[in-house]
Design a protein around this ligand. Structure first.
Ligand SMILES: [Zn+2]
Length: 144
């Protein structure tokens, strides 16, 4: 095992039994019997702001979340994911993952429906999306 992996394992041991940075449920130590019985609560390292959204590898952007939040959050910004995690995951912690993914999509659609009533926010979202897709097209070397 590499030194990097060993130190990550030690960091995860230290932060277990502390609250997940998103849902605030107490996390379990990876490899423990409790974690094997409840893998969704296993402590994992998380890029708080996702790398694809401009987040860095700096220590201030590395936080600890339960495995379930880590899997669900994907590339969402923490400000979007946190309210969902705190309310939905604490109440429906053991609901199967596909149902939680659908609920997360519904939550994001609801946010979009609220935002669309705010014309300025909608225009800004379209401009941000235009910039992002432009970067992705450029990054892949696609001619438009
Ligand atoms: Zn969590």
């Amino acid at each position: 095992m590499s030194t990097l992996k060993r130190s990550k394992r030690n960091r995860l041991k230290e932060v277990a039994q502390k609250p997940c940075c998103f849902c605030k449920r107490l996390m379990l130590r990876p490899g423990s019997e409790e974690a094997e019985n409840n893998p969704g609560l296993t402590c994992s390292e998380e890029h708080y702001v996702p790398k694809c959204r401009g987040g860095s590898n700096d220590a201030h952007n590395i936080k600890y979340s339960c495995y379930r939040c880590n899997q669900l959050k994907g590339a969402l910004l923490p400000e979007i994911f946190e309210p969902f995690a705190r309310i939905i995951l604490t109440q429906y912690a053991n609901v199967p993952m596909p149902l939680l993914r659908d609920a997360l999509k519904q939550y994001i659609y609801s946010l979009a429906e609220i935002a669309v009533r705010n014309t300025t926010a909608t225009k800004k979202a379209v401009l941000v999306t235009k910039l992002q897709i432009g970067e992705q097209i450029k990054g892949r070397g696609i001619d438009v």
